[in-house]
Design a protein around this ligand. Structure first.
Ligand SMILES: [Cu+2]
Length: 119
């Protein structure tokens, strides 16, 4: 019985600890991070695809510049990262400095989207 009481106390403490942690995380303001990096692309369709891809990966806002190919993206670092966003972009056909799109995915992009790939 003694062990049971001790066990019960531990469970209670753990539950209490977990709930206070949950409260502090919900109360704390979300620290958003803004990063700018290059994403290879060409036209307005690329812009739509790029911005949509990073948003489905957790970015709260995204703007890809058709002229400079620079993507400015805002996200919660607890939920996603530049790495995860880069991988996602590569998976939809857009190269980044770190991640290259698979050749077959790139090949399936509409003709207007066939940007010059980094060698
Ligand atoms: Cu395009």
């Amino acid at each position: 019985m003694k062990t049971f009481k001790l066990f019960f106390a531990i469970v209670l403490l753990a539950a209490f600890g977990a709930s206070t942690t949950a409260q502090t995380t919900t109360k704390a303001p979300v620290q958003q991070k803004t990063e700018t990096f290059k994403v290879w692309g060409k036209c307005d369709m690329c812009k739509t695809r790029i911005e949509k891809a990073v948003k489905t990966e957790g970015a709260t806002s995204a703007n890809w510049d058709t002229e400079t190919s620079m993507l400015t993206v805002t996200f919660d670092p607890d939920k996603t990262s530049v790495d995860a966003l880069g991988k996602k972009l590569a998976s939809v056909g857009h190269d980044t400095e770190k991640y290259k799109a698979p050749d077959d995915v790139y090949a399936k992009l509409p003709d207007c989207c066939h940007y010059d790939r980094a060698k």
